[in-house]
Ligand binder design. Structure first.
Ligand SMILES: [Fe+2]
Length: 247
């Protein structure tokens, strides 16, 4: 594994006369655009369930949303997402570790990260549905990917002259001490193909909309193990990236 020592010391670049700005606190948010192929594969699963040609289990017992239908992923849905997104998830983990240590971190030559899925589900929201503020438990990272946005919702957004929150996802972190220098919340406006990765402990919620049509998204929870590639053994279960001085 790499020889990176645990530091967490802010070391500015003193070799330059340029000013520097840092944002060392708070959750890291990852974004990636999903391929059309993956969006289609996942939408097909829900559409087939709707038509009755594929049955997806109800997932709502594990969730807090006031949502019309929440459906558990089939194994092939999990596989399709992981095929596309594992490199990005690893990139996020290494960036998180670099941020924590305040020096660039990298995977050691003999080390790999095993990404395990601990829950994956579709969220099918319709007019009036909403998700109260919550976190995702018993996991480390979570995500949201958007699969369908009703056409009418675009018009609802255009005509909404009030506070922009209709149908949006909001993330909240920390105490509201100073909204300018230390902001504690932000919104995501859903768009088909957008995928966001965030700490499972980060509070978030979704506001209702009035438009006809389906706002469809998916979420997954992740846990991790470090793997010693040579001996093919897990070196530490689950919370490795918070405990190791290296990744
Ligand atoms: Fe959530």
């Amino acid at each position: 594994m790499s020889e990176t020592k645990q530091q967490t010391i802010l070391i500015p670049n003193r070799e330059t006369s340029e000013s520097q700005l840092y944002s060392p606190f708070g959750p890291l948010i990852g974004y990636k655009k999903l391929s059309d192929e993956l969006v289609n594969t996942l939408n097909e699963g829900v559409d087939n369930h709707e038509k009755g040609s594929e049955t997806l289990e109800d997932h709502s017992d594990y969730l807090v949303g006031k949502i019309q239908e929440e459906l558990t992923f089939s194994e092939h849905h999990v596989a399709a997402v992981m095929r596309e997104l594992i490199p990005f998830i690893k990139e996020y983990l290494v960036a998180s570790k670099s941020r924590e240590l305040m020096v660039p971190a990298e995977l050691g030559k003999n080390t790999d990260i095993n990404v395990a899925v601990d829950g994956a589900w579709f969220v099918r929201s319709f007019a009036g549905d909403f998700n109260p503020i919550h976190t995702h438990t018993d996991c480390l990272l979570s995500c949201i990917g958007y699969l369908n946005i009703p056409e009418e919702l675009e018009k609802e957004w255009e005509n909404d002259s009030g506070y922009p929150c209709v149908g949006l996802t909001q993330f909240v972190f920390g105490a509201p001490t100073d909204s300018f220098y230390a902001p504690c919340h932000f919104f995501i406006k859903p768009k088909v193909g957008d995928f966001y990765l965030f700490p499972a402990s980060l509070q978030h919620m979704v506001y209702p909309f009035k438009s006809k049509g389906e706002r469809r998204s998916f979420s997954m929870n992740f846990i991790f193990n470090l793997i010693d590639k040579k001996n093919k053994v897990l070196t530490k279960p689950q919370k490795v990236l918070g405990e190791y001085g290296e990744v």
